[in-house]
Design a protein around this ligand. Sequence first.
Ligand SMILES: C[S@@+](CC[C@H](N)C(=O)[O-])C[C@H]1O[C@@H](n2cnc3c(N)ncnc32)[C@H](O)[C@@H]1O
Length: 222
Amino acid sequence: MNTDKNPQKIKNMFDEISKYYDITNNFISLFSHKRIKYSAIKNLKIKPKSMVLDICCGTGDLTGIISKLIPDAKIIGVDFSQNMLEIAKQKYKKIAFLESDVTNLPFKDNEFDYVTEGFGLRNIENRQKAIKEIYRILKPDGKFLHIDFGIHNFVWKCFDLILPFFIKISKISPDSYKYLIDSKNTFPAPNELIQEFENTDFKLVEVNNYMFGAICAIIFVK
Ligand SMILES: C[S@@+](CC[C@H](N)C(=O)[O-])C[C@H]1O[C@@H](n2cnc3c(N)ncnc32)[C@H](O)[C@@H]1O
């Protein structure tokens, strides 16, 4: 399987697909990803004036939703793909975006009330290092929201059919979207992922399922 997650390769891949990223997401999620992201952020119940970090922010979907729903939160978006960040900056001119690898974040310990990550952890070679880094920068009682593919059910399998069709009709390099399928299929199911977080001392707060659980939003507390 083509799941080489060498950070430089991942960064180059997202730099290359950045122009098509938003439109592709609309099609492959059957236009449901924005609704899911809004709902997951609402369930996090971010308090006013909180410090929030959106890691692997990409083109800034979650970052933008947080700033719209909680306008007085102090929100920063972080990603290591310069081209994805450029699009985020164009879309959300008032939000602070920072180029950084999430396995080595330029923040002090216990700095954030909330950290969010949508469809990011799946692309990180050293997942354990990223989880430890999230734990380090969260305040005690701070919360982490993780959104990604979830239970391996019939909807989850449907993505394997939609994606090759999309690759055929789009101009996107087939390798990038083959990688997406392979990374989905090798990413731990929610129960295994929860165990990984609990091994780093996170405590599970709640799980919210979308598309019959094929997309899963998990909230942890430090
Ligand atoms: C699938 S996109 C998700 C973007 C956005 N969160 C969303 O929900 O649409 C994954 C993003 O993670 C970023 N990424 C992957 N590994 C990273 C790392 N080690 N450090 C920082 N960003 C990373 C990629 O550059 C890409 O923009």
